[in-house]
Design a protein around this ligand. Structure first.
Ligand SMILES: C/C=C/C(=O)SCCNC(=O)CCNC(=O)[C@H](O)C(C)(C)COP(=O)(O)OP(=O)(O)OC[C@H]1O[C@@H](n2cnc3c(N)ncnc32)[C@H](O)[C@@H]1OP(=O)(O)O
Length: 260
């Protein structure tokens, strides 16, 4: 599949999607949003892909919506389609039944920050910086930020970050519970791909269903969440991986899951 604004590669069951417009700090153009969606669909249909890593080229992860494209001017219809396309990208990340790790290599601003929050696991370089940079260009929050931010840091801090656009560093993001880990830049790749390798060995159906259950659980009541869990567990209990997990435990050996 040919891409112009992202790089897609798959090595050892891990797909890496690299945002690749370094001259604009990987600003999220409508082309880039569409290409990331296509890349996620490609990863979904590739049985060899167990995990997806999303990162940026150069010194930014993603500097948010494409200001240069917006400067040229967008009709109401074009602006709505642009933001809806970014919304489709967020939904594609949520609906992929494979874990997505965001490797935050630098600035994650505006929609770029919220693409990070739509990932399942987030590891950031120490130099990474995060900003809900919308008001500075006269825009409201988007890219799922109104959904993920308050659910991640709470209402008060969500409004502080969104209303002030304050840029926070990776340590503060970690302390706020926005990311999982901060590492030295030179260790980012190793940390991300060793986590990805571990996840790639997990029972992929149970892992994918766990992602779906937690995502759906965010907006379900307890009864519905328990019903979803029972449904998912009934599927997992029919898998070869479940049988292998039980056998490995009783034989006191490491399980070898096959994703079946
Ligand atoms: C629908 C979605 C909506 C949204 O997401 S709205 C939010 C949009 N994003 C922002 O408001 C952030 C804008 N960018 C910045 O605030 C700064 O950048 C940074 C703090 C991220 C980095 O600042 P520094 O290190 O000084 O770099 P630099 O000179 O500002 O940028 C380097 C080149 O990258 C281009 N660029 C940066 N952000 C964007 C963007 N969001 N859209 C398009 N281009 C961008 C600049 O213009 C410049 O380019 P050149 O070298 O040609 O002057």
């Amino acid at each position: 599949m040919n891409f112009t604004e992202i790089i897609y590669n798959c090595i050892n069951e891990v797909v890496t999607i690299t945002l690749n417009r370094p001259e604009s700090l990987n600003a999220l153009s409508i082309t880039m949003a569409k290409e990331i969606i296509r890349a996620i669909e490609q990863a979904r249909s590739d049985d060899n892909c167990k995990v997806v890593v999303i990162t940026g080229s150069g010194r930014a992860f993603c500097a948010g919506g494409d200001i240069k494209a917006m400067k040229i001017g967008m009709s109401v219809a074009k602006a709505r389609n642009y933001v809806l396309e970014i919304g489709r990208l967020i939904l594609a990340m949520q609906d992929l039944e494979k874990p997505i790790i965001a490797a935050v290599n630098g600035y994650a601003m505006g929609a770029g920050f919220n693409v990070v929050l739509a990932a399942d696991l987030i590891i950031a370089a120490k130099e990474a910086k995060f900003g809900q940079a919308f008001l500075q260009v006269g825009l409201a929050i988007d890219a799922g930020g109104s959904y993920f931010l308050p659910r991640t840091v709470g209402l008060v801090r969500a409004k502080e970050l969104a209303f002030t656009g304050r840029i926070i560093d990776a340590e503060e993001a970690l302390n706020m519970g926005l990311i999982n880990k901060v590492v030295e830049r030179e260790r980012l790749e190793q940390e991300v791909y060793s986590l990805a390798a571990k996840l790639a060995q997990d029972p992929s159906q149970a892992l994918g269903l766990t992602k779906m259950l937690i995502n759906r659980g965010l907006s379900a009541d307890l009864e519905t969440a328990l019903a979803y869990e029972a449904l998912a567990q009934s599927v997992c209990m029919q898998t070869e991986d479940h049988k292998e997990g039980l056998a490995a435990f009783l034989e006191k050996r490491a399980p070898k899951f096959k994703g079946k």
